[in-house]
Design a protein around this ligand. Structure first.
Ligand code: 4AD
Ligand code: MG
Length: 461
């Protein structure tokens, strides 16, 4: 009888001081990363997917079918039996001395993913194989852990998780970039499946606001769809968004929650994924871990939009060249402007607050100056905006007037009613989950943070 082991639990047991030297015969399943040998002795780097680390399998003349084992190639699925041997003088604390290495799945010669370093662009073309590559082992494990971090942050604080619908009749952001759903060749608003126009959601916010007015603190966390044609490193057509909403909370409370959440997530990932984070810090963005640790120890800066504009104008005056160089109050900031403020001026995460009302969504609360709304975007170095939030307009008359003017009242009467039926001050925000993952890992293209990225003209898998 042999004991079935895997890399993760074996390393965990080792770290907890367990004696692994007398397990008897062990059995492990995985894939060969490399296989090298010299006559008498050979080494397979076995990766079993349970951890970022691999385990070394040593085979020799004592191993059954030495010659066959020596011919096992990269990516082959294997079953190994043998004994776990402690190697305190080596880089890896233990290895397996193989009795048998059984080939479970051979690899044909056209296997495209060889051991040598391959570019992220090339790996994107083979999205079904890239989870095997080191970088994506690290990205997708961190993605999984980060999702857990998000839930654990909100659940610890008593927030109720709400599954807002993916199919909706409204364009929450009023940005018009929706994917229409239809069962007919040409969507028709009356005869089509829902008997009304339907689309994939661009935000769960409006739906979740109703829940905040019943549960106080709530959040949604799910896929979001935007038909933006912008072909950038930070936009995907399908991405995940975390949208919390808090009753009896203003813009300050909103920003406190955002900051606490981002820091919690960073801390959680640094603690749970030390190997992956060390990898990013070495291969993807030098010193990423140190930078994140610095972020944990610094309060996020808060800057008025109006002051941001002044700083950008000064920069232009001093010779700084932006692609879009005409800086004036009222403009929507481009990512180059956001990045200048967070990278060059503040050199750290920055809340830009109180934006002109014309460039922000209809539901944001109008400030007393009549010109701005109580909005906050969180900008981070390397990326620009990763979070957008606001205090919501809770005053029925003001909101109705705005919506009437925009022409989006119809179908959203229920949203307005929330202001009549025990409405109250409330605020919320949306974190782009994929952008947060980019920020933590240092990966600079959103396509490399999603298992199967969806962007315009790209739907291969
Ligand atoms: O700023 P946005 O559009 O805000 C909302 O949707 C609000 N309803 C949020 C709220 O207050 N509940 O989007 C929020 C975040 C952005 O800051 C960005 O990180 C991300 O979602 N995001 C995208 N991420 C990837 N690809 C895209 N096309 C994205 N569009 C927005
Ligand atoms: Mg935004």
């Amino acid at each position: 009888m042999s004991t079935i082991i895997d890399v993760r639990t074996t390393y965990e047991a080792f770290a907890n001081g367990a004696d692994l030297s007398n397990l008897g015969e062990v059995e492990i399943y995985g894939w060969a990363r490399t296989n090298r040998n010299s006559g008498q002795i050979g080494f397979i780097e076995l990766h079993d997917g349970t951890a970022f680390k691999s385990i070394q399998v040593v085979y020799s003349n004592d191993t059954d079918n030495y010659d066959a084992v020596a011919h096992i190639t990269t990516a082959a699925a294997v079953k190994v039996t043998g004994t776990l041997v402690m190697t305190p003088e080596m880089k890896q604390p233990f290895e397996i001395h193989a009795k048998t290495v059984e080939l479970l799945g051979d690899v044909s010669e056209d296997y495209p993913l060889q051991k040598k370093r391959t570019s992220l662009e090339f790996l994107r073309e083979i999205a079904y194989l890239r989870p095997r590559a080191n970088t994506f082992q690290a990205v997708f494990r961190v993605r999984s852990v980060l999702a857990m971090a998000v839930h654990s942050f909100f659940q610890e604080r008593g927030f109720v998780y709400v599954h807002t619908p993916e199919i909706t009749g409204n364009d929450a952001e009023g940005a018009g970039s929706v994917f229409t759903i239809s069962t007919e060749g040409t969507p028709h608003p009356y005869t089509d499946f829902f008997g009304t126009k339907a689309s994939l959601t661009v935000s769960g916010q409006l739906h979740v606001e109703a829940f905040a007015l019943a549960f106080k603190d709530v959040y949604t966390f799910g896929p979001t769809f935007r038909a933006e044609k912008s072909n950038t490193k930070r936009h995907a057509s399908e991405f995940w968004m975390i949208e919390p909403e808090m009753a009896f909370t203003d813009l300050n409370g909103d920003m406190e929650c955002i900051e606490a959440c981002i820091k919690y997530c960073i801390r959680y990932v640094l603690e749970k994924c030390p190997d992956e984070m060390a990898f990013f810090s070495t291969w993807i963005e030098k010193g990423r871990m140190d930078q994140l640790n610095a972020v944990l120890n610094t309060p996020f800066t808060r800057m008025e939009y109006t002051d941001g504009i002044k700083l950008l104008q000064e920069a232009v005056k001093n010779g700084h060249k932006f692609d879009y160089n005409k800086i004036e109050w009222g403009m929507d900031l481009q990512s180059e402007h956001e990045r200048y403020l967070t990278e060059e001026v503040v050199k750290g995460p920055t809340f830009l607050i109180n934006y002109p009302k014309e460039i922000k969504a209809f539901y944001m609360r109008e400030n007393d100056d009549g010109k701005t709304v109580a909005a906050c975007d969180l900008l981070v170095p390397g990326e620009g905006e990763i979070v957008g939030g606001s205090q919501r307009e809770e005053r029925y008359d003001i909101l109705k007037a705005k919506m009437d003017k925009l022409g989006n009242t119809q179908g959203l009467e229920w949203y307005l009613n929330l202001r009549k039926y025990g409405g109250c001050k409330h605020a919320g925000f949306g974190i782009g989950f994929d952008r947060l993952l980019m920020y933590i890992t240092g990966i600079d293209n959103i396509r490399d943070t999603e298992p199967y990225p969806r962007t315009s003209n790209a739907l291969k898998y």
